[in-house]
Ligand binder design. Structure first.
Ligand code: UT7
Length: 331
């Protein structure tokens, strides 16, 4: 029987209009452009403004961008996965709302959350539906309105995060393109170092929780940084080894955009030419589930059929991993 792989066949992206620059942040908290740029590589990030606009607002527009570019009838889509750490609402599926709004009326849908690894794990999940032979068109969207859970008085977190969305279409391929291998990990001991404590089932939102700052992101930056550097590099090394790939064989590294120093360290560990490292953190900051599809959208015009792309992510939980993909088309 011919082996079916899951190939990315289209991409889309959406970022909100409002630009929050380092210069503006200087007027909000005790920070400066030089510190943010040298420690993170970030210059500006986008913020979604407007009452009632949640993550679905971003997801819908990224999906519409993909549909338009591909000329795809949304009725053909069979499954919509929204990878996100900032669902519109508790208990109501953001993916269901997104699918309906884009006209994917024949699809079922669900949300997938594993913090900054949501999209990477979503790629793995989407691939299984395609590889089963039962599904032909799966739309995977990575979207986050991080500004909804950031305290803009906390300089340790407000400088890092931004809002945005990216989308990819996965379809079956029998020529050897698409997702080749994955190495995915998690470790619950990491939960205490990166979390929004209140608002989930363990600690509901109370006045006391709000007063203690437990409804916004807490991060022990240094611990997360060390774990991210070690683990992202580790999984990249493993996926190369497992597939007998050398740094020469790799066309691109598409790594989660959390901090330029983490991405550079990962690239150094696998001895990758910096020209092969996708980077857009300067203009977007860390958009959690959206970083990987937004990277692919930004680099789409440079990608060639057959390119070897190594995806890598690290995030809350902790959760992390790497995926090896062969790019399936010339744009
Ligand atoms: O996507 C999910 C995963 N998240 C990550 O991967 C993020 C990982 N962590 C990081 O990227 C970095 O740890 C941060 C960017 C969050 C912080 O960078 P750092 O180099 O680890 O800084 P630090 O926390 O060690 O702080 C160094 C100094 C401290 O001052 P002292 O104690 O040396 O006097 C901080 O108080 O920088 C100070 N500082 C700041 N200064 C200006 C901390 N935040 C700021 C700031 N502006 N925004």
């Amino acid at each position: 029987m011919t082996k079916i792989t899951a190939a990315i066949t289209a991409v889309g992206k959406y970022i909100p209009d409002f630009v929050l620059s380092n210069k503006v942040l200087e007027t909000m908290v005790d920070t400066n452009d030089e510190w943010i740029t040298s420690r993170t590589g970030i210059k500006e990030r986008r913020i979604l403004k407007g009452e009632g606009k949640g993550t679905s607002y971003l997801a819908i527009r990224a999906a519409q961008n993909l549909l338009e570019k591909k000329g795809l009838d949304p009725k053909e889509i069979e499954l919509v996965i929204v990878a996100t750490a900032t669902r519109d609402m508790q208990a109501a599926s953001t993916a269901a709302y997104t699918a309906t709004e884009i006209g994917a009326v024949n699809a079922f849908s669900f949300d997938l959350d594993s913090a900054c690894s949501s999209f990477l794990f979503g790629m793995s999940t989407a691939a299984k539906f395609i590889e089963s032979g039962r599904y032909k068109k799966v739309l995977l969207i990575g979207a986050d309105k991080n500004s909804s859970m950031i305290d803009y008085n906390d300089r340790a977190t407000c400088i890092i995060f931004g809002d945005g969305a990216g989308a990819v279409l996965l379809e079956p391929d029998t020529q050897g393109y698409g997702i080749q291998d994955e190495y995915l990990r998690s470790d619950g001991a990491g939960r205490e170092f990166l979390q929004v404590k209140a608002g989930g089932s363990a600690f509901p939102i109370t006045e006391e929780a709000i007063a203690k700052g437990e409804t916004t992101v807490f991060q022990d930056g240094q611990t997360v940084f060390k774990n991210a550097v070690f683990n992202m590099a580790d999984v990249c090394e493993k996926i190369l080894e497992r597939n007998n790939l050398t740094n020469e064989d790799v066309s691109w590294l598409a790594a989660h955009q959390a901090n330029k120093r983490i991405i550079d360290a990962t690239a150094r560990r696998i001895k990758l030419d910096p020209a092969k490292v996708m980077m857009n953190i300067e203009n977007h900051g860390n958009t959690t589930s959206a970083t990987l599809p937004m990277l692919i959208a930004d680099y789409e015009s440079q990608l060639k059929k057959g390119d070897t792309i190594i995806f890598a992510a690290f995030g809350g939980g902790f959760s992390w991993g790497s995926i090896y993909l062969k790019w399936a088309y010339n744009s």
